[in-house]
Design a protein around this ligand. Structure first.
Ligand SMILES: Cc1cc2nc3c(=O)[nH]c(=O)nc-3n(C[C@H](O)[C@H](O)[C@H](O)COP(=O)(O)OP(=O)(O)OC[C@H]3O[C@@H](n4cnc5c(N)ncnc54)[C@H](O)[C@@H]3O)c2cc1C
Length: 418
């Protein structure tokens, strides 16, 4: 596999760029592997990558029913941050953010990680207090965080609605400067290339239709391309988690909801950070192509569909125009949706299950893209050692029966409030 560098670009120019290696192979599935990962999104690919890179486990297959990154990984608004209040989430997402900071070099693939900052706007004095509490908790956990006054917010993002008759007055904001965005497709492609280089088989158009068991342990999967055996199976299928766990007779505390996003026509540089609105659910950033990328709340019903409804888009735009009046003059180009795996405490599940060799990675709610490297890193550790990594030891499935939930809904998703 060619290492990407300025020299390799120059050398390939001499042969009209026609001699590049394929970024990953297209192998036929083998009859058996040491580990099968179900789901070729960012989390499944990152898990396979770290299994090979950190644990020397290379006899691995990633089974993807469609194409790589065709799920939420290729549909999200790419915000990366670690601004959580509770310890378990704070340490885990900070671990992930640190991996992001070196990911392009590690993969030898530019994932276009841009630390342009993530700013949460506060619209009341009580919201400033809760941001201050979260910011202090972050600082105590060694995570960067700054509480900005109204004037500092205005200096940082001049185009918000600061007028005296603004419907939602601005009191200040919580800024994480190390947060930002990354290019979602590149993340999937870079991880796929890195895993493939180390011997992992990435098998697309291969839907898992059944799980094979021998008593209390798994032995393999039935797929649209035949039976494949393995003593260990990692599930990373986001909104389809319930469908896979149903195959082993297991119910999980996950609801599948649709989440939409919108992108505008390309514009000149206008917003050089990520801004979130603190009253409704609305956030905005600008892509490198110039499109404004906007997102908001879930469509309020359970669904496995990847297409949403216009009232939600209208709601997002209403929030957007209240915050950024100039948006009312901008044309929107496209909108799309993905199926979110909403956990009931707003935090992920990464770990073992009561079935031997069957591991779960789900519950990412609105925010699993930023977790991609961290999630793959600790999930690979869990599968390789049959024991959690310190960063996911609280993110168990059992917490929903023991009561030790990681209740972070105040800082994000509230699926059961819809
Ligand atoms: C509109 C939108 C905006 C978002 N914005 C952000 C954001 O700004 N920041 C952030 O951090 N997160 C965001 N997210 C969430 C984030 O995208 C996801 O949490 C994350 O990408 C999930 O990655 P994954 O690998 O778990 O799932 P996916 O990328 O969905 O991958 C799962 C894969 O499993 C495959 N699969 C399913 N069933 C089977 C089967 N039976 N057999 C084989 N394969 C199967 C699917 O085809 C899919 O490719 C957003 C999501 C959406 C939809």
């Amino acid at each position: 596999m060619t290492r990407y560098s300025a020299w390799s670009v120059f050398r390939n120019a001499l042969t009209k760029q026609e001699d590049w290696d394929r970024a990953w192979r297209d192998p036929e599935p083998k009859p058996a592997y040491d580990v099968i990962i179900i789901g070729g999104g960012g989390h499944g690919l990152a898990t396979a990558y770290y299994l090979a890179r950190n644990h020397g486990i290379t006899n691995v297959a990633v089974l993807e029913k469609g194409w790589l990154g065709g799920g939420n990984t290729g549909r999200n608004t790419t915000i990366v941050r670690s601004n959580y209040m509770l310890n378990a989430n704070g340490h885990f997402y900070e671990h992930s953010l640190k991996l992001w900071e070196g990911l392009s070099q590690d993969l030898n693939y530019n994932v276009m990680f841009s630390q342009r900052g993530v700013l949460n706007i506060a619209h009341s004095s009580s919201q400033m207090e809760s941001y201050s509490r979260r910011g202090n908790a972050m600082l105590l956990n060694g995570i960067d965080s700054e509480l900005l006054s109204r004037d500092e917010v205005q200096k940082f993002v001049p185009d918000l609605n600061y007028s005296s008759n603004a419907r939602f007055p601005i009191y200040g904001g919580l800024l994480q400067r190390r947060g930002g965005t990354a290019r979602h497709d590149a993340v999937a492609w870079g991880l796929a290339r890195g895993a493939d280089m180390r011997g992992v088989d990435i098998i697309q158009n291969c839907e898992v239709t059944g799980i094979l068991r021998d008593g209390d342990k798994v032995t393999g999967v039935e797929t649209s391309r035949g039976t494949i055996r393995a003593p260990k199976i990692g599930v990373a299928v986001a909104g389809n988690t319930g469908r896979i766990t149903e195959m082993v007779g297991m119910r999980v505390p996950i609801e599948s909801h649709l989440l939409q996003a919108i992108v505008s026509e390309p514009l000149k540089p206008f917003i050089d950070t990520v801004v979130t609105f603190g009253v409704g659910h609305f956030y905005i950033s600008q892509s490198d192509k110039g499109g404004l990328v906007l997102g908001g709340d879930l469509d309020g019903y359970n669904s496995y569909a990847q297409r949403g409804n216009l009232p939600t888009i209208e709601h997002v735009m209403a929030c957007g125009v209240a915050m950024y009046p100039a948006l009312s003059r901008i044309r929107m180009l496209r909108h799309w949706g993905g199926v979110m795996d909403m956990s009931m405490d707003g935090s992920p599940i990464i770990g073992k299950t009561p079935i031997k060799g069957f591991y779960l990675n789900c519950g990412w709610c609105y925010g699993g893209f930023k977790a991609t490297p961290g999630s793959g890193h600790v999930f690979a550790h869990t599968i390789a050692n049959d024991a959690p990594h310190p960063f996911n030891e609280d993110m168990t499935l059992e917490r929903f029966s023991s009561g030790a939930v990681i209740d972070e809904r105040g800082a994000g998703p509230t699926p059961n409030a819809h």
